[in-house]
Design a protein around this ligand. Structure first.
Ligand code: GDP
Ligand code: MG
Length: 426
């Protein structure tokens, strides 16, 4: 989130300016009186707006610096924590300073500037309504027939909605229970008041715990060599085509892209990628025997990106995985191969784990999940990344080349996890 400030002689003038510059998508965080009205001098108010970076219109260029008091939150949220207890402790610490989850975060369009002078009675009424809403949710959740979760008897009512959502997402039960346990232990009492603050706290913990590999573009003089491995039919070739298009013509800088296809099982299924290569006018090399691998890389040394497709292999077929291993082993070039394990999000956590275990001999660097458009729950993805501590690099969200590709980011995953996949949010 970006923090922007706008000033005006009244709060509503400042708000008007904000709306003109960045539209309705921001959230009003704070209204401050910077300067009192005096003889011959206008009052000066500053409003602080938080907005998703992607929502900032291109026309709004002059970004203000983030507020210094927001910095700890920003720094903290960049690191990934695999230890749930640590994550919860850190978030509680941050919240004690800045209370990032405080319910001031209302969309601008809904925010009334007079709310900053909200009366005590109004706040009490709001709090009563929240409690009532929670009671309704609790009753709704009572009808949810989860098969006697060990923790459910201890889950306070305000937590039942988030527990149900996370549990239905396909997250590993052990992960969910320890997440809940620690959330219960560390969550500041003030935030337990209603299910929406509980949900936000839980989201923040999840966000901190999903390992994500942000896309790093090749520096001048270096290249990226990316190999997609994984079971047959998961979407490797389609994803290679999307990545090739992304790097060769969709980005501001046009990179030189070359393709390699490992057809070590001699099944001749290289035509699909050949077609993409022809359409995009990209160099392509086929490798049948592992010793040819280095030559293929060398002959594409003029490229910034070398994308390597691997031909089908069932997750249980160790012999075929061994062939890919031989290729990687035969690599005597200076290039480091980034191995991306591609898996469909539509299979359950236990099956993802079996697939991961089978491919882990290849030294998996990152995970890519495909077919997000075909699934309801995303907890399986969270659990695999959390369990294996391997960062997620990309998501594939449909069959269309090149558009149905998303560079991994934790906000997108957490949104899918708690509310399902929504194409409009890609
Ligand atoms: N719905 C959906 N289909 C996909 C996605 N990615 C790939 N596919 C489809 O899955 C099938 C297999 O894809 P392919 O790239 O040939 O898989 P490979 O065997 O791993 O190379 C094709 O019909 C693709 O169009 C995705 O994200 N969503
Ligand atoms: Mg393929």
């Amino acid at each position: 989130m970006k923090i922007l400030t706008f000033t005006g002689s009244t709060p509503s003038e400042a708000l008007k300016k904000a709306k003109m510059e960045i539209g309705d998508e921001g959230m009003l965080i704070e209204t401050k009186e910077i300067q009192k009205k005096a003889l011959g001098r206008e009052a000066l108010y500053e409003i602080v707006i938080g907005i998703d970076e992607e929502m900032i219109p291109a026309t709004y260029k002059k970004m203000k610096k983030p507020l210094s008091k927001q910095q700890p939150l920003k720094e903290e949220s960049q690191e990934i924590l695999f230890d749930i207890s640590n994550a919860a402790k850190q978030i509680s610490k941050i919240s004690a300073v800045t209370d990032p989850l405080e319910d001031l975060y209302q969309p601008l369009s809904k925010q009334n500037i007079t709310s900053s002078v909200e009366t005590k009675e109004l706040k009490e009424i709001k709090s009563e309504i929240n409690k009532l809403t929670d009671k309704v949710k609790i009753i709704q959740n009572m009808f949810w027939d989860e098969k006697s979760p060990d923790l459910s008897s201890q889950i306070p009512p305000e937590f039942s909605e988030i527990y149900r959502l996370a549990s239905q997402s396909g997250m590993d039960k052990e992960h969910l229970d320890s997440l809940m346990q620690v959330t219960l232990e560390h969550m500041p009492l003030k935030m337990r008041e209603n299910s929406s603050t509980v949900k936000r706290y839980f989201q923040t913990i999840l966000r901190k715990m999903v390992p994500i590999r942000r896309e790093a573009l090749p520096r001048v003089g270096t290249k990226k060599v990316i190999m997609l491995v994984g079971p047959t039919g998961v979407g490797k070739t389609t994803s290679i085509a999307k990545l090739a298009a992304r790097y060769s013509f969709l980005m501001e800088k046009k990179y030189k892209v070359g393709l390699v296809v490992l057809d070590t099982y001699r099944i001749g299924a290289v035509e699909q990628l050949m077609q993409y290569a022809r359409m995009m006018k990209l160099g392509i090399e086929t490798v049948v025997d592992p010793p040819e691998f280095s030559n293929a890389l060398e002959s594409l040394k003029y490229c910034d990106y070398i994308l390597i497709d691997t031909m089908g292999s069932s997750p249980y077929d160790k012999v075929k995985i061994e062939k890919i291993y031989e290729c990687l082993n035969a690599n005597n070039t200076e290039y480091n191969v980034d191995v991306v394990l591609v898996m469909p999000s539509s299979i359950k956590y236990e099956d993802l784990k079996v697939t991961y275990d089978n491919f882990s001999t290849l030294g998996v660097d990152t995970l890519m999940f495909t077919k997000l458009d075909e699934t309801m729950g995303f907890g399986n993805i969270f659990s695999l990344a959390y369990e294996t501590k391997k960062p997620i690099s990309y998501f594939s969200v449909g069959q269309e080349v090149p558009e149905d590709l998303v560079c991994a980011n934790s906000d997108f995953l957490i949104e899918c996890l708690l509310h399902g996949f929504n194409r409009s949010k890609v």
